[in-house]
Design a protein around this ligand. Structure first.
Ligand SMILES: [Zn+2]
Length: 277
């Protein structure tokens, strides 16, 4: 599932292709649910002729800002994918939606599992969405002191707390497992029992892991690609994610463990991430 680095990678690959471009048309194939509750003709009437002012990312959402202060919000969820291709390109596999631009490009949304959404929202709706999302972990406001203060109120397991999009926006299963490993923290530790030193290590690990993953253009696990069809290069640099029960810890050689925390498959090293902290 695409997380912050993957969505950021898609964003960067889209900027040069659609920013400043005028929307000519919108096509929806056999799955109108991709627009959530909206009807194709209504959305088309609202976005036709609008110009893309910018492409932003907020948590795991891609936000295409239009010149009338509305926006197209894309949530890739499990298998959603955005591709910028020419109008002439035949429909992609699992393609559900295409936005046609005046420069001859289409922005195509394809999604095998159909959990992803492409939603046109006005400024108020966008504000509500952004309000319920937590802090951006790569922004200046995400400090170790802030994280420590927040974790102190949370008795839940640290992994589940880090996955809460209302606390930190954009972390998912991959980068939480990687961050906890680098910080040497067991995924089932109670968040409010972390010492200030552990929180500082965790804070640093989250930022290091996310920055490195963005530099590597994300992780390709099942279907992730950027808008130009490039696969992510970070997968080979994952230390524990997806490796539980398969191999030794890259740091100490102990067999990694696979378990389930908060309903999510979780890999960790029982030696580098001891239960007692
Ligand atoms: Zn280890």
């Amino acid at each position: 599932m695409p997380e912050l680095p993957e969505v950021e990678t898609v964003r960067r690959s889209l900027i040069g292709k659609i920013v400043g471009q005028r929307i000519l048309s919108l096509r929806v194939a056999d799955f109108p649910g991709v627009l959530a509750d909206d009807r194709v003709e209504d959305v088309l009437a609202r976005i036709e002729g609008r110009v893309v002012r910018g492409v932003r990312r907020r948590a795991k959402y891609l936000i295409i800002d239009l010149d009338d202060d509305t926006a197209i919000v894309v949530h890739l969820r499990m298998t959603g994918r955005l591709s910028a291709v020419t109008h002439e390109e035949p429909p992609l596999r699992f393609e559900h939606l295409a936005i046609e631009f005046a420069n001859g490009l289409d922005l195509r949304f394809s999604d095998q599992r159909k959990f992803g959404r492409v939603i046109h929202v006005d400024g108020d709706e966008l504000g509500l969405l952004e309000q319920r999302l937590g802090r951006e972990p790569l922004e200046r406001e995400f400090t170790a002191a802030w994280l420590e203060e927040r974790l102190r109120r949370r008795p839940g397991k640290i992994k589940a707390v880090l996955l809460d999009q209302g606390l930190i926006g954009g972390l998912g299963n991959i980068y939480v497992d990687e961050s906890l490993f680098r910080a040497g923290i067991h995924p089932e530790r109670r968040a409010n029992t972390l010492t200030p030193e552990e929180v500082r290590r965790l804070h640093r690990a989250i930022r290091v892991v996310l920055r490195a993953a963005i530099d590597g253009r994300g992780t390709t696990f099942s279907s992730f690609e950027d808008a130009e069809g490039n696969r992510g290069g970070y997968g080979g640099r994952l230390l524990v994610y997806g490796r539980g029960d398969k191999g030794p810890c890259p740091r100490c050689g102990t067999q990694l463990v696979r378990t389930v925390v908060g309903g999510r498959g979780t890999s960790f090293c029982p030696r580098c991430q001891p239960v007692g902290g």
